[in-house]
Structure formats: C-alpha cells, structure tokens
Design a protein around this ligand. Sequence first.
Ligand SMILES: C[C@H](O)[C@H](O)[C@H]1CNC2=NC(N)=NC(=O)C2=N1
Length: 106
Amino acid sequence: MADQPVPLTEGQIENALRQAPGWRRAGDEISRTFAIRYHGGVAMIVHVADVERLIGHHADIDLRWGRVRFGITTHDAGNRLTAADFDLARRIDAIAEAHGAEPVEP
Ligand SMILES: C[C@H](O)[C@H](O)[C@H]1CNC2=NC(N)=NC(=O)C2=N1
C-alpha cells in the first residue's frame, strides 16, 4: 500500500497559501478560476491532464465557455489538503499562463 499522504497542519496550509497567491481555500479544498478566450479551456485542460498523469494527482475541473475552474484536495488523505495539492496548483498556474488564461475571482 502506497504511503498515505499526510494532511498539512493549519500552519502549513497558511504558509502554502502564501506561496500560492490567487488560490482560494474553502475547508479542505483549494480552487482557482481562469477566464480564457472562447473555448480555449479545452486545450488547457488537456495540458493539465497530461501533467496530472505524470504526477499522479488530479483536480476536479469545471469547464465552461470562456472559463475553467480547478478544485484540488487529496482523496487518499481523506479529502484533506496535502503538499501534492499545492504542487498541482503551482503547475496549473504555469499552464494557465502558457495558455493566456487570466485568473478571475469566482
Ligand atoms: C493511484 C493513484 O495515483 C492515486 O489514486 C492518486 C490519483 N490522483 C489523485 N488525485 C487527488 N486529488 N487525490 C488523490 O489522493 C489521488 N490519488
């Protein structure tokens, strides 16, 4: 059995949020919404999915015309926040920038 990921403490979460500006915390999930031209979100989530496959960590993705929302928590830790969530968040930010997606308040 793979090692169970360890949930972050409140202090670690606060610190991680400072390192991931723009990501919103609600309970044990972090999320961010991006605006993107037309249906460019399709190409963006294909890119995100490829990176998710490489790192073995996946976001909940809400795809709409002109908008993409990512919600991340760690299922293997009982839907708690772990370091893997913030790692994926940083990778999504880089992909969003590459696709010209602009962060928006939800
Ligand atoms: C075996 C596989 O790598 C695991 O089930 C991964 C898949 N992607 C995952 N994604 C997320 N968000 N949480 C997990 O615990 C998780 N576990």
